[in-house]
Design a protein. Structure first.
Ligand code: 5GP
Ligand code: ZN
Length: 114
């Protein structure tokens, strides 16, 4: 998807601060962080949202979450915990239509979210 913002980041057409990369997944810092640690983990293949997953995507999503956990284990400031969020659709405030997990931490997080 040439016009998708996160596809352009995946393709290195736009700069980002990368924190994790393998052949299927990219992790990079959010441009407008709301916590001391705020990174986004995305599949390199364009999938618009959780709602667009198919049964065949199960292994990819498992790998995506495992890569989040592996990354979190290397971040000292996430040692006390962190939050993973996937805003899905307009009512949840999803603003970029390429599946992404927010990984948030480095401070005490409030709950419930807004
Ligand atoms: P959503 O609102 O879809 O859940 O999350 C989209 C996230 O992408 C937001 O937190 C926003 O700050 C982030 N974002 C938007 N544009 C860019 C960009 O160009 N680069 C990076 N690194 N993050 C972006
Ligand atoms: Zn995309």
């Amino acid at each position: 998807m040439a016009e998708c913002l996160f596809c352009r980041i995946v393709n290195k057409e736009l700069p980002s601060h990368i924190v994790y990369e393998d052949e299927d997944i990219l992790g990079f810092r959010d441009i407008a962080p709301v916590a001391p640690v705020h990174v986004l983990f995305v599949p390199k293949r364009h999938i618009a949202s959780l709602s667009d997953l198919t049964d065949e995507d199960g292994p990819l999503v498992g790998k995506l979450l495992q890569s989040v956990a592996n990354y979190a284990a290397t971040e000292n400031s996430l040692a006390q915990g962190y939050r993973v969020v996937a805003n899905t659709g307009p009512a949840a405030g999803q603003s970029v239509a390429h599946l992404h997990f927010h990984v948030l931490g480095g401070r005490q997080m409030g709950w419930p979210w807004g």
